[in-house]
Write a protein that binds this ligand. Structure first.
Ligand code: ADP
Ligand code: MG
Length: 611
């Protein structure tokens, strides 16, 4: 019988390995930056174009490579960092697999220029899909420059799978920040499509954090320092009042590597116990140094998960250290534990003058008079005449009366009885249950509306209309609001600027990572603006992948969620009526923008069956 098994040619094996190492441009960025750091660079420049799809280049002033090493570096399992299996347990470098360059060269056009300190001239190598296309001598300064062009040029399926430039760039910036944060003494620059995004000089960890996340970060930071036999912890946690809705300012580094650890994250959250508002996440920038023998980073080439030998001790130490810092810097005692959140003014009442509650009574009103009962037919709320009740109540005949709840004995009742019943019912136009549902009667029974979902639907349709059809009205601010966001966030806002303008926002951007809000949508109170923008940002940051939603729809959804009345908020009669009314003026009153049922009708006979 013939033999079937063949050894795969190297370039095929490399392509397969590349699938694991290189998922997207950001993976290449990570590998190249780490190589530069392993080569003891003091200055590292990252240049990308079109989200890294056409170019990712890293230029360093590290050790450089000899001509032989330059050639060897692209071979699989070629590494200068370990030589025996034991070295795996004593790693002091980022790389050790010797896979990255071989994988990258298998799926892109690579151009490398490199020179060591002692050599007169350097080496210029070009490799395309694992094939060396040229090797020349070149005059170049000490260090290495690797340019990776046309990523996935020979794997169209992978190339098509890449997201928009904006999304890929966001991933690249994430990787860049993770590496730059934990190596503050190394100078880093990032250029995208020719413009400078970051220019970080050698500095302290604290300053590096501030230069990456914005200058206002400085006042938020509380130092954490602790050293035990198992771990040395150093870094900062953010004061609880600055906890954000978005995740994204949580950084753990273990032996100078960015890691993700839900378990250790929990230790920090536990230290903040009782100090955080719900739905907010504490920020932290913590470097853990442990014995390389006690940590396993060998799980997956691109994953950020690691395994510690003594996780429980680490957890306890971390929690205690964070708690100690919060206490030491008098962060904890300023909090008012007796504060009742229910007493907080909902934001859209904050800037209003307090008003004496008024009760308007029509002294002439006589419930027993037929004439006075005529007011039931048109309902006036405030100055606004409530249109649309007719659709809400779905009167199939012309009988425009709320007293038409059909009961068997209805027509036979005496005048007195009928009128009294009607009075109770109409006087009780609507009713709020558990500060969550609005109850009202309709012809066939009882209408129960979920207030939060109803409001989301109303706002969603309004915002969507503004973004897509007619521009929202802008209210100019006398004193423009200055808000500080990181540079990365700024990129996100400017990418959405057209939509935000349609909504009525007028936003100016500064290169310092600040935005100036000069105008706001007329129907959003000024005091809510920061929260609204934070929420928009938080959900973009979470939404790392395009999810097929058009941006307008996504923005309208996000805003409707942020600005809707919440469950637990008390609504007065006027607000209840307006809400129900606006709901039924919507195109799609049944479902919330998040596909949840907005109202139910409990049929009169269902109620009857209960008796
Ligand atoms: P690893 O980093 O796991 O060793 P790589 O494929 O990333 O594997 O790199 C292979 C080898 O090439 C490294 O071990 C190192 O000796 C060399 N190398 C890669 N990049 C650089 C650089 N920027 N400067 C100097 N040497 C480098
Ligand atoms: Mg490497």
């Amino acid at each position: 019988m013939a033999d079937f098994i063949k050894l795969l040619p190297d370039h095929v094996a490399n392509q397969i390995a590349a699938g694991e190492v290189v998922q997207r441009p950001a993976s290449v960025v990570k590998e190249l930056l780490e190589n530069a750091i392993d080569a003891q660079a003091t200055t590292v420049k990252l240049i990308v174009k079109e989200g890294g799809k056409t170019l990712i280049q890293v230029v360093d002033d590290g050790t450089g490579m000899s001509t032989t090493d330059a050639r060897l570096s692209f071979e699989r399992h070629a590494t200068s960092k370990i030589s025996k299996a034991d070295d795996l347990f004593n790693l002091h470098t980022k790389g050790f697999r010797g896979e990255a360059l071989a994988s990258i060269a298998a799926i892109a056009h690579v151009d490398m220029q490199t020179k060591t300190e002692n050599e007169e001239v350097g080496t210029h190598l070009k490799i395309e899909g694992s094939e060396v296309v040229s090797q020349e001598v070149i005059a170049t300064p000490k260090g290495t420059s690797i340019a990776v062009k046309n990523l996935f040029f020979n794997i169209p399926a992978r190339r098509n799978f890449l997201k928009s430039d904006q999304v890929e760039l966001r991933h690249i910036i994430d990787e860049f920040q993770r590496v730059a944060l934990v190596h503050p003494t190394i100078a880093f620059q990032l250029f995208n499509n020719g413009s400078e995004y970051f220019n970080l000089t050698s500095e302290s960890f604290r300053l590096r954090i501030v230069h990456i996340l914005g200058k206002k970060t400085n006042e938020k930071l509380v130092p954490v320092e602790e050293e035990t036999e198992v771990v040395k912890i150093s870094g900062f946690i953010c004061k609880p009042e600055f906890a954000k809705k978005s995740r994204g300012e949580q950084f753990f580094f273990a032996n100078d590597r960015f890691i993700k650890s839900p378990y250790l994250h929990h230790a920090i959250v536990a230290a903040f116990e009782g100090l955080l508002k719900s739905d907010t996440h504490p920020g932290y920038f913590l470097q853990l140094t442990v014995d390389p023998k006690s940590i396993d980073i060998n799980i997956h080439p691109t994953k950020t998960e690691v395994k510690f030998d003594d996780e429980h001790t680490l957890y306890a130490t971390l929690r205690a250290a964070a708690k100690h810092s919060l206490g030491q810097f008098h962060v904890a005692p300023v909090l008012d534990f007796n504060h009742d959140g229910n007493l907080d003014t909902p934001y859209h009442f904050k800037d209003r003058e307090a008003q004496q509650p008024t009760v308007t009574v029509d002294a002439r009103f006589n419930p027993f008079s037929r004439e006075d009962n005529a007011w039931r037919n048109t309902v006036h709320v405030g100055k606004q005449s409530v249109k649309g009740w007719d659709t809400l109540y779905d009167f199939s005949d012309n009988e425009q009366s709320f007293s038409s709840l059909q009961m068997e004995s209805d027509t036979k009742s005496s005048d007195l009885f009928e009128t009294t019943a009607a009075f109770i019912e109409t006087k009780q136009l609507s009713f709020q249950l558990q500060r969550k549902y609005i109850l009202s009667t309709v012809k066939s029974g009882l209408l129960v509306v979920d207030q939060q979902r109803a409001h989301q639907r109303i706002l969603y349709e309004r915002f969507l209309k503004e973004i897509t059809v007619e521009k929202g009205v802008t209210q100019q601010l006398l004193f423009p609001l200055k808000l500080e966001y990181g540079k990365k966030s700024l990129g996100i806002f400017s990418a959405m600027n057209t939509d935000l303008q349609q909504l009525g926002f007028e936003i100016g951007f500064s290169t310092e990572g600040e935005i100036t809000v000069q105008g706001i949508p007329a129907h959003i109170p000024e005091s809510a603006i920061k929260e609204v923008l934070d929420t928009v940002l938080a959900s973009t940051l979470d939404e790392t992948d395009d999810n097929g939603l058009s941006r307008a729809e996504w923005l309208a959804k996000t805003l409707s969620k942020a600005l809707s009345v919440k469950n637990g908020q008390e609504l007065n009669q006027e607000e209840q009526v307006a809400l129900v009314n606006d709901l039924f003026a919507c195109k799609e009153p049944k479902l919330s923008p998040f596909h949840k049922k907005i109202y139910v009708i409990v049929e009169a006979n269902e109620i009857e069956n209960k008796f």
